[in-house]
Design a protein around this ligand. Structure first.
Ligand SMILES: C[S@@+](CC[C@H](N)C(=O)[O-])C[C@H]1O[C@@H](n2cnc3c(N)ncnc32)[C@H](O)[C@@H]1O
Length: 268
């Protein structure tokens, strides 16, 4: 069984997907375009969440191409209409065989970070590429979320305290909150070539779409946060701070790493 901390059957999932899509889809689309993505490609979108990127890939590859979106909990993506060449699968990337091979492009955003088995999953994703095919992994580095402005010092300290407790819960569940800074090295170790990475971050002011990610995440695991030592008052103040117009925190930096499976003749 996956130990994913944020059970995707919970209602907060919708808000989480909305925040991620709104803040990071434009970045991800740019990164995916940089692989040369074109009509006719076969693509695998792993842990696709609300499937906004999977659906977009479907538009880009057209009916001569094929997109498979996998998701541990596909209930939020399922109601959206999609053409026949885009299929959505309930699938556990740790336990289930991959749904295909010889992909032109495999993409996962913010999935491997959560998986204790991330290295073996990465290796299997790399092996599912055709020679010359691209793996694009986009992951947070949760270790750099400075408070950029706050109504007072106590508010900034409160944010850091609650956020640190949340990171502790993620680690306990087997996640690596610093995976973003390790992903390119892990892709090199998996034998991928032509590696490069780009990091994107922005300011998230109180009340913004992005900062709501902190609201959904902490709301969903509020009982575990209080069990870990955060008080109910601190949680209530934290939630209020996320709406405060003078509070601004740096977004999670998204590190988009891409590399390709070498052609046979390139393998030493
Ligand atoms: C933080 S969300 C990211 C969703 C989407 N990729 C995005 O960036 O908008 C992590 C996603 O990974 C999915 N997930 C977690 N463990 C998984 C597994 N073992 N197999 C497939 N998907 C998984 C979750 O259900 C969730 O939708």
């Amino acid at each position: 069984m996956s130990r994913y901390l944020f059970d995707s059957a919970a209602l907060q999932t919708v808000g989480r997907f909305t925040a991620l899509e709104s803040c990071y889809d434009p970045v991800s689309r740019r990164q995916l375009e940089l692989t040369g993505l074109t009509a006719g490609w076969r693509c695998l979108e792993v842990g696709g969440g609300g499937a906004s990127l999977g659906d977009w890939l479907g538009e880009r590859v057209g009916p001569r191409g094929e997109v498979t979106v996998t998701e541990l909990e596909p209930r939020w993506a399922a109601p959206r209409q999609r053409p026949e060449h885009v299929r959505l699968l309930r699938h556990d990337v740790v336990r289930d065989p991959l749904p295909g091979q010889d992909y032109d492009l495999v993409h996962a955003r913010l999935v491997l970070l959560h998986l204790p088995e991330r290295i073996s999953v990465l290796q299997r994703l790399a092996a599912a590429l055709r020679p010359g095919g691209w793996l694009v992994l986009e992951e947070f580095d949760c270790g750099w979320t400075p408070v950029l402005a706050a109504p007072d010092d106590a508010s900034a300290a409160l944010f850091d305290r609650v956020h640190t407790a949340l990171m502790g819960l993620l680690e306990k569940a087997g996640a690596d909150p610093l995976w973003g800074r390790r992903v390119m090295g892990a892709m090199a170790a998996a034998g991928l070539s032509d590696l490069t990475a780009t990091t994107y971050a922005e300011a998230w002011p109180g009340g913004s779409t992005g900062i709501a990610l902190h609201r959904h995440n902490t709301e969903q695991v509020a009982d575990r946060l209080t069990a870990s030592g955060v008080t109910q008052d601190e949680l209530t103040e934290f939630q209020a701070l996320l709406h405060h117009p003078e509070f601004v925190v740096n977004s999670y930096p998204l590190i988009s790493a891409r590399g390709r499976r070498p052609h046979e003749k390139e393998v030493p």
